[in-house]
Design a protein. Structure first.
Length: 369
C-alpha cells in the first residue's frame, strides 16, 4: 500500500528551506511539517504533500474576509504548508495569493517568497483555442498572482467532443518553453484523454482528481497510465468535504439543509452513490478504531491512507481561511504509518460498496454528465 513517490528536496532544501521560511519571522518555532516530507510532483518540482486548497474562497463555505485570509497564509507557511492550490475561478484566490506574495517579499525577502509553490488552474469554456486566447488567460493569472512565471498550470476541459483542448495545451507548452509556465498539469481528465494528451507529445506532470476511501476510481484505470508516463496524482475530496470526521460518527443521516457547506452537500451525494449512510458509518467507525490505535485523529488516518497510494504526491487540504484552522492536527499525518492490520480493518469496512466507475464513470466524468 506504500506510495511509489520519492521524498525529495526542492531547490531550496532541508535546513535552508526552514531558514528561508522563518527568516525575519516573528516566531522561530519548529515547523509541524518538516521539509523532509516533501514529495516530487514531477520533473524536479517538489511540493508539501498537504497543499493548501483555496476552493473555499469561491463561495458557499461561510463569509471569508480577504484581509484575514491573506494574513492567515503566513500562519500556514510558518507551519510548513508551503504549497497552495487555486484556480482562475476560485473567487479572489489568485489575487489573495498575489497580495500574500507581495507582503512576504516585503517582510522576509525574495528567498522566502521563492520557497512557496503556487499551483493554479485554467478552466475555459470550450471554443476556439488560438494562441491569443491562451496567452490572455495566462496573462490574467500572472498579473493576479504577481509572478513572471506560473509554477504549475493545471488545465481542465469540459467537453471531450471538442478536441481543441489539444490546441490549448500545445500553446501552453509553447509558453512553458518561453518561461511563463513552469510545469503543465491537468485536473479531472479521464484515463483515455490523459493518454491522448501524452501521445500528442505534451508533457504533463500530474492530474488532480477526486480520491478518497469512498472514491478509489483512480486506482482502476488511470494509475496504469500514470505509471507508464511518470504522471502523479494530486487528490482532492479525500475527507469528503469534512464528512470524514469524528463529528459524524453515529449521527443521523443529514439532509441537504443540515449540511452547511457546498463541499459537504457535494460529497454526501458521492457517499449516496458509493453505498449510503449506513456503509459510511461503518467506515467512520473503522477509521476511528485505527486512529485510536495510533493516537491520532480519524481524518489523519483517511489522509494517510491516500497519501500512501501509488503515485500520489499530495492530498489537498481544503481551508476556510480565517474561519476554520486545523494546521497542527493535519500535520499529524506524518507521525504514524498504516500497517497490514490497519488496512485489513479499513478494507473490511468498505465491503459491499457500489462500483463508482460503473455508475459515474472514470475520473472527472461526474463533471461531464
Amino acid at each position: 500500500m506504500r506510495a511509489d513517490v520519492a521524498i525529495v528536496s526542492t531547490a531550496v532544501t532541508g535546513n535552508s528551506l526552514s531558514q528561508a521560511l522563518t527568516a525575519n519571522s516573528p516566531d522561530h518555532r519548529s515547523m509541524p511539517i518538516s521539509a523532509d516530507n516533501r514529495r516530487e510532483l514531477g520533473d524536479g518540482f517538489s511540493i508539501c504533500p498537504l497543499p493548501v486548497g483555496l476552493w473555499q474562497l469561491s463561495g458557499g463555505h461561510g463569509r471569508i474576509d480577504n484581509e484575514t485570509a491573506t494574513e492567515s497564509l503566513f500562519d500556514y507557511l510558518d507551519d510548513g504548508y508551503t504549497t497552495l492550490d487555486m484556480a482562475d475561478h476560485y473567487g479572489p484566490a489568485e489575487e489573495i495569493y498575489g497580495e500574500f506574495r507581495r507582503r512576504l517579499r516585503e517582510r522576509r525577502g525574495e528567498q522566502a517568497a521563492g520557497a512557496v509553490q503556487a499551483m493554479t488552474k485554467w478552466c475555459p469554456s470550450p471554443g476556439p483555442m488560438g494562441r491569443d486566447v491562451v496567452e490572455q488567460a495566462v496573462g490574467v493569472s500572472l498579473k493576479r498572482m504577481d509572478v513572471d512565471c506560473l509554477d504549475v498550470l493545471q488545465f481542465h476541459w469540459w467537453d471531450y467532443d471538442d478536441p481543441r483542448y489539444l490546441d490549448a495545451l500545445g500553446h501552453m507548452a509553447d509558453m512553458q518553453a518561453e518561461g511563463r509556465i513552469g510545469h503543465l498539469a491537468l485536473t479531472n481528465f479521464d484515463s483515455v484523454h490523459l493518454a491522448r494528451i501524452v501521445e500528442a507529445g505534451i508533457r504533463v506532470i500530474s492530474n488532480q482528481v477526486q480520491y478518497s476511501l469512498v472514491d478509489r476510481r483512480p486506482e482502476r484505470e488511470q494509475l496504469a497510465v500514470c505509471r507508464e508516463h511518470d504522471i502523479r496524482f494530486l487528490t482532492y475530496g479525500t475527507l469528503c468535504g469534512g464528512l470524514i470526521s469524528e463529528q459524524y460518527i453515529g449521527s443521523d443521516e443529514p439532509t441537504p439543509t443540515d449540511l452547511e457547506t457546498n463541499s459537504k452537500k457535494k460529497y454526501k451525494r458521492m457517499i449516496d452513490a458509493w453505498g449510503g449512510w449506513e456503509l459510511f458509518q461503518r467506515l467512520l467507525s473503522s477509521l476511528s478504531a485505527v486512529a485510536e490505535r495510533h493516537g491520532v485523529g480519524l481524518a489523519n488516518v483517511a489522509t494517510r491512507a491516500i497519501l500512501d497510494q501509488d503515485h500520489v504526491s499530495g492530498v489537498i487540504v481544503g481551508c476556510r481561511l480565517g474561519l476554520s484552522e486545523h494546521r497542527s492536527e493535519n500535520a499529524r499525518v506524518f507521525d504514524f504509518t498504516l500497517d497490514e492490520q490497519d488496512w485489513a480493518v479499513i478494507d473490511g469496512a468498505t465491503d459491499g460498496h457500489h462500483d463508482l466507475l460503473a455508475s459515474i464513470g472514470d475520473c472527472g466524468d461526474e463533471y461531464r454528465e
